[in-house]
Design a protein around this ligand. Structure first.
Ligand code: AKG
Length: 319
């Protein structure tokens, strides 16, 4: 899709292609109640001054690139990026009631401070709207953490990353941990945890990749990277073909770490400190289902102790 050039609001229009380029909300049904609550934010447009409400509505009607509009609102408003994104989403949905739907995406329902799942009650510790991040406590018991770590003990081998050009896994100095894999449903315990994570995220078990464990000793790290596959790069695009995008990531912390080893989001200044049994959920896309650069994250170097985590990636289609 080519976007029109947009009117300025007391400044020149400037609309580079961004992560929204070519993508507007897709007509896919919305079903998760938490998602409805966090994404719609129906009052966002009304929170703008009248002249900006008019500007948003008019430029959207012209077919402007929403990402360019957000950039302009941040620069000339100035508005907080989150408000700008919600206001544009709100205006778009008001003017296209037939599209009053957004992609169904994994989501954690934080409407209460404790989430009652069929087999466990977990604690909500922190929640960020955009990028969507939820930090949770008590997702696994100590025994469950130890049992998962024990299953992988003899499987660990040096970690790899995906080469952007070829799509092949290769050793990379940016990731110095060791990896091991546990298949979905491999044991009764793993099947139970797969089901728990599906209930937590509103996302089917069969859309989840196998658990990927990572073990970091002192000095090991995983430098800033994205979990989503870039459709523009031949190597990563290959990984989209079968099961679609990695819509969300769940990191299960299987050990405490004496010093270091947090999961850091440098673009938003957030560090999550590992706590045994806790978990980090983050969505790799915007509310529109488009890869979000704000989800860049890193496994900070472990300074003292051993860190073991299990990654669960939630895909767009069955995996
Ligand atoms: O180690 C961490 O905290 C982050 C791990 C990670 O980002 C990954 O394995 O993709």
């Amino acid at each position: 899709m080519n976007f029109s050039s947009c009117n300025a609001n007391d400044s020149q229009g400037h609309h580079p292609g961004g992560p929204f380029a070519g993508v507007l909300p897709m007509p896919v049904s919305l079903s998760h109640p938490a998602q409805e609550k966090s994404i719609m934010q129906k009052n966002a447009l009304q929170r703008l001054p009248a002249s900006w409400q008019h500007w948003v509505t008019e430029n959207l009607a012209k077919g402007c690139d929403p990402e360019g509009m957000v950039a302009q609102m941040e620069r000339d408003g100035p508005f907080d990026r989150t408000l700008a994104e919600f206001a544009i989403a709100d205006a778009h949905l008001q003017s296209h009631p037939e599209l009053f739907v957004v992609p169904k995406l994994p989501e954690v329902d934080v409407s209460a401070n404790r989430i009652v799942l069929p087999d466990r009650t977990v604690d909500v510790l922190l929640s960020v709207a955009i990028p969507r991040i939820v930090v949770l406590g008590n997702v696994l018991s100590d025994d469950e953490c130890d049992a998962i770590a024990a299953m992988s003990r003899t499987r660990f081998a040096r970690s790899t990353t995906i080469d952007n050009a070829s799509g092949i896994n290769r050793f990379d100095d940016s990731r110095t941990s060791e990896s091991a894999h546990i298949q979905r449903g491999e044991t009764e315990l793993i099947a139970r945890i797969d089901a728990r994570l599906a209930a937590l995220s509103g996302w089917p078990v069969d859309h989840g990749e196998p658990l990927q464990l990572q073990k970091y000793q002192a000095g090991n790290e995983y430098r800033p990277h994205f979990d989503w596959f870039d459709p523009a790069l031949a190597g990563t695009a290959k990984h989209l073909e079968k099961s679609g995008q990695r819509l969300a990531t769940i990191i299960l912390y299987l050990t405490d770490v004496e010093e270091g080893g947090g999961t850091s989001f440098p673009g938003i200044g957030l560090d999550v400190h590992p706590q045994k049994g806790g978990a980090l959920f983050f969505r790799n896309t915007t509310p529109y289902g488009v890869p979000d650069r704000k989800t860049q994250h890193a496994g900070l170097p472990v300074e003292k102790g051993t860190k073991i985590i299990a990654n669960k990636w939630l895909r767009e289609k069955p995996y």
